[in-house]
Structures are given as structure tokens and as C-alpha cells.
Design a binder for this molecule. Sequence first.
Ligand SMILES: [Zn+2]
Length: 399
Amino acid sequence: MLTAKRLSQLHDILRQPAAPFCEQHVARCVSNMLDQAGVPHFHDPFGNLVVGVASETAYRQRLQKRDDEPVRIFIAHMDHPGFHGVRWLAENRLKIKWHGGSPLKHLSGAQLWLADAEQRLTTGKLTATLRKPQLLKAGWAIDHAEVVIHPSVHSKKGISLKQQYPGKKAQQLFGSFSFRSDVWMSGKRLYTRAADDLVGVFAIVSTAIDLHRRKDAPFIGLLTRAEEVGFVGAVSHFDLGWMQAARRPLVCVSLEASRTLPGAIVGKGPVVRLGDRRTPFDSGALQVLTALAEKTLPGRYQRRLMDGGACEATAATAWGLPTVGITLPLGNYHNQGFEGGQDCPKPEGPAPEFVHLDDIDGELRLCRALMRKGLSWTDPWSQTRSRLRKNAKNYKALF
Ligand SMILES: [Zn+2]
């Protein structure tokens, strides 16, 4: 089970505001945790947070060391769908542009949070709601809308955002849907604004902290930006060419939370992700991961193609990197109330995402298991071959 310390770290990460290109709160929170644990980390030129090495030089050295052990590159994204401020329409009314997926129904009047690079603005005295939402032409998400900022019921009338925060420019603001709290538990179910993909971020931080005494562990964590608008942070990182200069094998492990599907049920264990909507993943590395899951979590993991969405594993695959995925079954994907539950008054309206603590625990175990030395990366099919050979031998007489 997750220790109390780990659970409080998870909650801390889940409390951070985040939207595509506005991941500074998450990055700061994670950097502090890593500093406290003595885990090296740095920002690449695009602001992706690289974990486990202190600099570009150390990153290159790890990948250039001649070794059969592949470097495991764990990838998760720090953003979640949300909006950016565009311009002030009035003292307390902001035009916004949405980035990434979103609920499509029951949007008018939905509660929002609003933040800038330094702080959350909708706390205590101010609340915000959505007004006049317009969907994209293709119809799969909000395109633009207005945000109305009100004094909260507990405060004096007439407080405006501009009075509260003079000089605040519209483009400095970002936000998304808000609920009774940033994170809360109901039994083992964890409700939160953005499990996708802040739980993946937590899993990488947690794995890095567990590993930090193992000098030269073949590990790199890549916490990316702007995944929700086409893996922009990951693509920019891959295009740096650092990975292509490797002199040893690499394997990317995408950690995601994705829409629950038949065979990928919340609470039944983490999912060995065979592929996403765009592509199947690397068959050899999946064989290693499946064998590990069978040993580490017998009967407590799931395995399927998660084709409800694409993920950074698609980008890694397109850049020629062998890739696998571990994903948490996720309720109310991208805050669309598909599965209902608490704080989801109307089906398919705005809703908190939810995941299960046992699934998170299973994911952490799998991440740790993937770091074991001497796994069969170079010949993952040898056991399968000998089993099939033995079977074929038994049938020799029938040839
Ligand atoms: Zn995601």
C-alpha cells in the first residue's frame, strides 16, 4: 500500500493548477519534492522536466554508456485540458480559448478555477463560472467561451478580480473546471480535477525517489508539457536528438490514465497497455512487461488495447523508440461525466476524474519491477519459443 508520505505527495501534486503550456505549478511542486529527496533533475529547452539526471551532459552520458541494460525512459505529462485568458470583455468577464478535450454538455454556469503563474486566484473571495461556451466546428471540445468572476457568497459584494489583482493581464490567466475540492477520497476511490496525468507524474517522482540511492540506475523520467494538444512537449524533446545519440538500447514507458473501457475497469489493477488509438506498441518490450505484471500482480492487473485516446507512446513510436504503456483506468476522462459519481450532477456534464488507490499501488509496483536488472529485454520470446517447441515435439509422431 501507499505510505502516508507517498499519499500526501500524491495529494500535493493533484492540488496544482495545470493547463496545456501552463505547467509551472506542477513543475515547481515536483522539483521541490525531488530536491528534498536528493534526486537530480533539470528543465530541457522546452520546459519539460527531466528527472534522474542533473543536466543535458549527464543525460547524454547515461545514454552513451555502453551497456545491454536499456535505459527506461518513463514519460508522463504535467498538463490537463483547460483554458487560457484571451482578453477582458468587462471588469469581471474574461474571453477564453480552450485547449484539449472537454465535456460537451451542461457547460453554462459550470464552476471553474483560475490561476496565474504564481498563484490560484479563485480562492476564498472569488469564484468563476463558464458562460456562452462555443464548441469547435468538429464538435469534440470547447473552442472558446467567457469566464465570469464573482465575489463568493461569503465575501462582501463588489470585489472585482481587477481590484483584487491590479494589473493582471488576460493572457496571464488560465484555468479549468473546479469541484468541491482539488482531491478527495471516497473509500479507495480518489476523486480529483486532473488524475490524467498527474497520477502518472506522481508515479515517476515516486519511482525516482525509490531509485535515488542506486547510482547510475538506467532510469530517466520525462515530465512533459502540452500533451493534450498533440504531445507538443514530448515531440519537442524527441526532436532535440538526445535520444537518437544513444549507444545502448532504450525503452520508453508511457504512464497514463485513460478512459475506462470493457476489460479496463477502475479498481481491477493497472493496465498493461498494448496500444492506443493510433498504434500497437513494441511487442518484445510488451512481452517483458506482461511477464513482470504476471509475477508482480497476479490476478491484479489488466491487459488491453486502450483505444479510447492516443498518448505520448504514439509520439515515441513515431520517433522510432521502442515503447510500452502502463495506464490507470480512469473515470470521467477529461472531466466528462461518463461514469458519474460524486460532484457529477448531470450525465456527461463537467465531473471530477476518478481513479482507484489499488490501481495506483499496482502501477508503482510495476514501475519498480521494470527497473530490475537482467530482465529479458534482448530475447523476450525465449520462454515462449521453448514452450512452443516442446509442444511441437509432442506432436512429432503425427507429422
Ligand atoms: Zn493523458
